[in-house]
Write a protein that binds this ligand. Structure first.
Ligand code: NCD
Length: 319
């Protein structure tokens, strides 16, 4: 439907629930806007494209980067933000339901960014709210704006997203950043995708199904060592301890993989870039940080221009 409209129009007032709501050309348009934002940030010449807007940041779950980068993005463009982090601070602690909280925010703000521990919470909020709703992570399911900044970072580093060999390492079962990154790759033409995880943390069927539908060559493996030498991008993720239904399952897999400087120097191509949505626990050792492989801090910084671009497009303030 949206493919037939120019991208500037199709972005207008959009909800952002899943990365698969968007076409390749819409994402490329977003990346153009993000590149523009990044240049303006560097020059210190960001126009107040969102002056007078209020953006609600409804973080029912903890967040550092996502919340602060949305807040920075909104403020850089001249918008105001309201919001909360954690349910203790708001009336949910008094028994208020999600729909009522969303309706209230919808009455105060021009857009709502929501993070919630339940899958489907953002979609539900989008149905309840009249203003655009942006999913900043719903349970283990989706984290579309993370995938947007991840792909933007790949494009910036390699000049293209197509044609590369990707490894996605870690908790592919409960990790929403990993799932959204894999789903995002189905909109492009990666050469090959390796899904590297302990058997307990394999990617969910609905995600694998999308890879198959897109005709992408992929392989599931437990061994990073075996595939590392082929990779252009290694996307590392944290084991999502808080999402395990059974703590003893977590005990079985914790600490089961670790990317070290030595491993990279022995096995990786010199051009390999290591990405991570952060926060990391122990899956990337600190000695990787000052190598040419490390791209995760650049990736985190790109959260601001990409979210600026996203907000500007949704409000029709950039074309
Ligand atoms: C991720 C998240 O919250 O899903 N972090 C983020 O948004 N940058 C990944 C994680 O928590 O491991």
């Amino acid at each position: 439907m949206s493919e037939t409209k120019p991208d500037s129009i199709s972005w207008l007032s959009r909800d952002v629930v899943s990365i698969l709501d968007f076409s390749r050309s819409e994402l490329e348009y977003l990346f153009d806007a993000a590149t523009w934002m990044k240049r303006r940030l560097r020059e210190g010449s960001v126009p107040r494209l969102l002056g007078g807007k209020v953006i609600a940041l409804a973080f029912f779950e903890p967040s550092t980067r996502t919340r602060l980068s949305f807040e920075t993005a909104a403020k850089r463009l001249g918008a105001e933000t309201i919001g909360f982090t954690g349910e203790e601070a708001i009336s949910v602690a008094k028994g208020e339901n999600l729909a009522d909280t969303i309706r209230m925010l919808d009455g105060y703000a021009d857009a709502i960014v929501i993070r919630h521990r339940y899958e489907g919470a953002a979609l539900y909020a989008a149905e309840v709210a009249e203003h655009p709703v942006i999913n900043a992570g719903d349970g283990k399911q989706h984290h579309p704006t993370q995938a947007m900044l991840d792909l933007f970072t790949v494009k910036e580093l390699f000049g293209a997203i197509d044609g590369l060999v990707y490894g996605v390492l870690g908790d592919l079962r409960y990790g929403r950043a990993a799932s959204s990154f894999i789903l995002a790759l189905t909109l492009f033409k990666p050469r090959r995708v390796y899904l590297v995880s302990p058997p307990l943390l394999r990617a969910r069927d609905e995600v694998l199904e999308k890879l198959r539908e897109a005709g992408i060559s992929y392989e599931e493996t437990e061994s990073l060592e075996e595939v590392l030498g082929e990779l252009d991008v290694l996307y590392v993720t944290r084991i999502q301890r808080e999402r395990f239904p059974d703590p003893s399952e977590y005990e079985k897999v914790k600490g089961s993989y670790r990317v070290t400087r030595r491993l990279l120097e022995e096995r990786a191509k010199p051009e390999l870039k290591v990405m991570h949505p952060l926060p990391r626990v122990d899956e990337i050792s600190f000695d990787v940080d000052d190598t040419r492989y490390a791209a995760y801090f650049l990736q985190a910084r790109n959260g601001v221009p990409v979210r600026m671009a996203l907000l500007a497009l949704i409000f029709g303030a950039w074309r």
